[in-house]
Every structure is written in structure tokens, then in C-alpha cells.
Design a protein around this ligand. Structure first.
Ligand SMILES: O=C(O)CCC(=O)C(=O)O
Ligand SMILES: [Fe+2]
Length: 363
């Protein structure tokens, strides 16, 4: 028998404050989504008629052979156009990818009480947070998503504070993904005719975090979103999605022949998705794209996705690379402190504003 929520506040308390999440809501046996989850028309995601971005994944192992230049060109082209691409032979073992997905399901299948041991204010570390939606206290329509965020500082803390169900695999994944990120950043910077010192590259990916996202099967996928439109505010993201699908990326409106069409990044078994973040778009003076993306919900299966986010530390100064500004004759973005950028992203996310607009230099 489905529990009824007398008003929107009691639903909010149940899902957000009491830590039941969307999973807890679905476990009540709802046959339709509550009002609070219904997205405005323009944010709903149409499955039918959406093209799949059927581009072969890039084989990273070939960077070490005679095809080096060809692989570099593929990476650069993808970063300059869609800002999303998939990679295989990336160094993260297949078994680890499988364990990650299993451990995400294990964590979200815990009771609300067990998951809420990681709720803000209760969690043993401010770097570890279980929650739902994005900024639920500010959002009119909630996202159909629960998540656990695990910020990295040192191995000992990860092994002490991250949830037992996933800490070991998540830590291995974070380390291997960081290597991929470093390698791709070096390629992208070199392609601009520059070389960054090792310490500078480390500085722009100093903050590292693994998230596990959980989108329960949803009775009304046509009305909801698993994740609303956004671009990743950090440097680069490595993403593992399961086989269910539903990740949509917006094509660059500047490319002629389309006006912001959304395409689906199809799941490829064993592949990882690479997503260029806002910081790389800013540093490259707009040459590489941080694309808007969002996630659809599904009616009959629960989806998991596991991103590793990398970003500068909050006090880091960011802006277009100086040599590039000289070459281009214009700075398309201003210099700013990353913390100010983060603050702006959180303040505007629920207004669906493009976070990158804040960094644009005045005309
Ligand atoms: O679930 C996905 O496929 C994408 C997740 C995502 O965009 C994010 O967590 O920033
Ligand atoms: Fe994202």
C-alpha cells in the first residue's frame, strides 16, 4: 500500500531530511511520481527520435605504438567538438569496473538508516556525503537520483571514512582514472603548442572525488530527469555508466547544421566516458568544449553511474593560458579564483544557467 504524503513538505522531509532518498520512495510502491519530481516541459527528455553518438571508442593503448599520432588526433577532435568521448584499453581492469557497479548497487540497497550514516552532519568526514538530487533545498523539481560522494585526501582517510561496500574499489578506480586524466590533459595542452610543468598539471586536478549515482526505476520517465542539464565545473571527468543508457549530451550550437541537438552517449561494455570540464574550456580559451549533459530515467531498471571528478583546489587561480591569449589576440574568459566559480555554479545550478557564462570576459 503506497504511503500518501499530505503535502509537499512531508514528501521533502521523507526523501531529503530523513535520508530515504528516491530509493526509499520507490520502495513504498508508488505507481506514479509525486508532483515534486515533475519537470517543466522544456527540461523533460524525449527518448524517441534522439540520435545515438555512434563513434568508435578511442583505444588508449595505441598511444604507445605507431598509431600515436592518429589517437592524439582523435582525442583532440573529440575535445574540440562534442567534449565527450569514450575510451577503451584505458588501464582500469574490466573486473574492477564490474565490481564498482556491483558495489554501487550494494550501497544503495542498504537500509535508509545505514546510508544515512553518511548524511551531512552525521557523516564521520565532511568529504563523504550521501544525498539526493543536486541542491534539493533550492530546486523546484527534484532530480530522480540518490548519490554518495567520496572526496579524496589521503588513502588512510578514504579507507577509514568511505563506505565499506565500495571503499577499496572506489579508491583503485580513482587512482587509475587520475592517470588517464593526466595523460589526456598532457595531450590536449601539447596540441595547443604548449607544455605545462608537472606541478601545474597536478594543481589543476588536485581535488579528486568519486561519486556513485543511483537512479531507481521510475514509473514516469517522460516527466522526470535522472540528472538535470549541467556542465561539469571541474577539469575533467571519467565516467563509468552501466548498460542501461540515458546519458545525453548537447551538441555545440556554434556548429552549423544543428541548433543544440541532444545526442545519447551509448553504453559500451568495458569503456569509460571522458568528459571535458569547464576548467579546460576556460584554460584553452574556448578551444576545448565542456558540454552540457543530462540523464534520462528508465521505467524498469535502476541505473548506476560512477564519475571521478577532478578539479583545481578552491584557492587556485584559473583563466585562459597566457600564451594562448597572445596567440588568439583575445581572452574569452577572465581570471578567477576557483572557489568563486564553484560558488557561482551552486548558486545558479537550479536556475539552469550556464555556469560558464560567469567566467566569460566582458565584451
Ligand atoms: O550519470 C551519468 O551518466 C552522468 C553523471 C553526471 O553527469 C555527473 O555526475 O556529473
Ligand atoms: Fe556531469
Amino acid at each position: 500500500m503506497a504511503q500518501s504524503f499530505g503535502n509537499s513538505d512531508s514528501l521533502y522531509d521523507f526523501v531529503v531530511k530523513d535520508g530515504n532518498g528516491v530509493k526509499g520512495l520507490m520502495d513504498l510502491g508508488l505507481s506514479e511520481v509525486p508532483e515534486r519530481y515533475i519537470q517543466p516541459e522544456e527540461e523533460r527528455i524525449k527518448k524517441i527520435g534522439t540520435r545515438r553518438h555512434n563513434v568508435a571508442p578511442i583505444d588508449l593503448s595505441k598511444l604507445k605504438g605507431p598509431d600515436h599520432k592518429k589517437v592524439v588526433d582523435e582525442i583532440v577532435r573529440a575535445a574540440e567538438t562534442l567534449g565527450f568521448f569514450q575510451v577503451v584499453n584505458h588501464g582500469v581492469p574490466f573486473e574492477l569496473l564490474e565490481s564498482l557497479k556491483d558495489s554501487a548497487h550494494k550501497f544503495f540497497n542498504l537500509s535508509p538508516g545505514e546510508k544515512c550514516l553518511f548524511c551531512p552532519g552525521v557523516s564521520p568526514s565532511s568529504k563523504v556525503k550521501y544525498g539526493t538530487s543536486f541542491v534539493p533545498e533550492k530546486e523546484k523539481a527534484l532530480e530522480w537520483k540518490d548519490y554518495i560522494s567520496m572526496g579524496y585526501t589521503i588513502d588512510e582517510d578514504a579507507l577509514q571514512y568511505w563506505p565499506d561496500q565500495c571503499k577499496e574499489v572506489a579508491l583503485d578506480y580513482l587512482k587509475l582514472s587520475s592517470k588517464i586524466v593526466r595523460e589526456i590533459i598532457e595531450i590536449l595542452i601539447e596540441n595547443l603548442g604548449m607544455k605545462l610543468e608537472e606541478s601545474r598539471i597536478e594543481a589543476i586536478i588536485e581535488m579528486k572525488m568519486v561519486n556513485m549515482n543511483y537512479h531507481p526505476a521510475c514509473p514516469n520517465p517522460e516527466l522526470t530527469v535522472g540528472e538535470g542539464r549541467h556542465s561539469d565545473m571541474g577539469t575533467m571527468t571519467v565516467l563509468l555508466q552501466d548498460g542501461i543508457g540515458g546519458l545525453y549530451v548537447k551538441l555545440d550550437e556554434d556548429n552549423n547544421n544543428n541548433d543544440g541537438e541532444w545526442v545519447e552517449i551509448p553504453p559500451i561494455h568495458g569503456a569509460l566516458v571522458i568528459n571535458i570540464g569547464d576548467i579546460i574550456q576556460i584554460m584553452s580559451n574556448g578551444k576545448y568544449k565542456s558540454a552540457e549533459h543530462r540523464v534520462r530515467t528508465t521505467s524498469n531498471e535502476s541505473r548506476v553511474s560512477i564519475p571521478v571528478f577532478t578539479a583545481p583546489k578552491p584557492t587556485e587561480k584559473i583563466g585562459p593560458l597566457e600564451e594562448l591569449v597572445k596567440k588568439d589576440g583575445v581572452a574569452r574568459y577572465k581570471q578567477l579564483i576557483f572557489q568563486d566559480y564553484i560558488n557561482n555554479c551552486f548558486a545558479n545550478a537550479y536556475h539552469r544557467k550556464k555556469s560558464l557564462d560567469f567566467a566569460k570576459s566582458s565584451p
